[in-house]
Design a protein around this ligand. Structure first.
Ligand SMILES: [Zn+2]
Length: 354
């Protein structure tokens, strides 16, 4: 059995440039309309630190509309999840420009007390933005996909009631950050972990439900649509959080993420078809397929509509990470439920399958 989970990183450019209206608010409004048509849910990974900073400084007039949008999305049954760009935590705003702190680029590598401070601040911001003091995020994704080193980060997240991480993309490698998800290629479609996100540990406090990837020849990463979207954002390249290292691309096979904003319909369908073939061999194994998108990359809404239609015609359900863990993981049900997590899961609309 296969379910697809659409996750949306909800944020402006990593270097602090760009407007909330253009990069988050308006594209997400159009996306939510499409998901409403199909009666399926999204997981919105809201980058809470930049939103908190923008609110504090009132540097972008759309911040109240953003908070309103998050409340409406949640009320409509979408999952609001936690996403963090920690380089914003010490940011300051001067003469119209954000100065970000790149020394805090990898939250997982900071002292446990600092991780706690940043996570607590972000959760508290989301509670305020959602006007719900009991809100607890069910799922987490690190900025730059970082969940290494794992131990302190996993402890802090689970202490805050978070149950699922979706930072890993199997086969990933970013030397400048010490990120190495190549060992995870040996793992199944999901696993529990504790001190090392690459290593399954049935007693671990968190579940990893990775972003779906396929190892492809490097030239397939040069698709025309992908390059067009990258070119559309020249300003994002200035002071980007991650300087591109050519060594990371010098691999014959490269993990291509199932990206519903950057891929074409044939590319998306081909990747899901691979999982369907595997499912015919092992139908008894549940296979969550996490797709990723970014609000700032949302330009091709037609492809998203046709992809949702393609899934519906094949009776492939679309669910949230909250609903997935509740309905498909017996071990998850056996662990003490968190009141808010259960509430959030129940709010998710039923899967749409024809
Ligand atoms: Zn992000």
């Amino acid at each position: 059995m296969i379910s697809v989970i659409f996750t949306l990183d909800y944020e402006i450019y990593g270097n602090g440039q760009g407007s909330l209206e253009e990069l988050a608010l308006e594209p997400t409004r159009r996306l939510a309309e499409i998901f409403k048509e199909f009666a399926v849910p999204l997981v919105v990974f809201a980058e809470a630190i930049e939103l908190a900073k923008i609110k504090e400084t009132q540097s972008d007039p759309a911040i109240s509309a953003i908070e309103q949008q998050l409340r409406s999305l949640r009320a409509a049954g979408h999952e609001i999840a936690l996403h963090l760009h920690p380089w914003w935590a010490n940011a300051h705003y001067e003469k119209g420009t954000w100065h970000l702190d790149w020394t805090e680029r990898n939250l997982c590598a900071l002292p446990a007390a600092r991780i706690e401070e940043v996570v607590a601040g972000a959760v508290s911001y989301l509670r305020c933005a959602l006007a719900d003091p009991l809100y607890t995020p069910h799922s987490y994704r690190g900025g730059l996909w970082l969940m290494q080193p794992t131990q302190n980060m996993a402890r802090v997240l689970s202490r805050h009631g978070i149950r699922v991480d979706s930072s890993v993309f199997k086969g990933g490698r970013t030397r400048a950050l010490g990120l190495d998800y190549r060992p995870a290629l040996r793992n199944g479609s999901d696993w529990r972990f504790s001190s090392d996100v690459n290593v399954p540990d049935n007693g671990g406090p968190l579940w990893e439900i990775p972003i779906y990837t396929e190892m492809v020849p490097f030239w397939r990463m040069l698709g025309r649509k992908r390059l067009r979207i990258q070119r559309k954002m020249p300003e994002a390249a200035n002071g980007a959080p991650l300087p591109r290292r050519w060594l990371d691309f010098l691999r014959f096979r490269y993990p291509q993420k199932l990206d519903f904003c950057r891929m074409t319909l044939p590319e998306l369908a081909r990747m899901v078809d691979l999982v369907r073939q595997e499912d015919r061999r092992t139908p008894e194994v549940f296979k969550p397929v996490v797709s990723i998108g970014h609000s700032k990359d949302l330009v091709d809404f037609d492809t998203i509509t046709t992809f949702l239609d393609w899934l519906r015609k094949r009776s492939i359900s679309v669910i949230t990470l909250g609903a997935l863990t509740r309905d498909h993981f017996p071990l998850f049900r056996a662990t003490p439920p968190h009141p808010e997590t259960d509430g959030a899961s129940r709010a998710a609309p039923a899967m749409a399958s024809s």
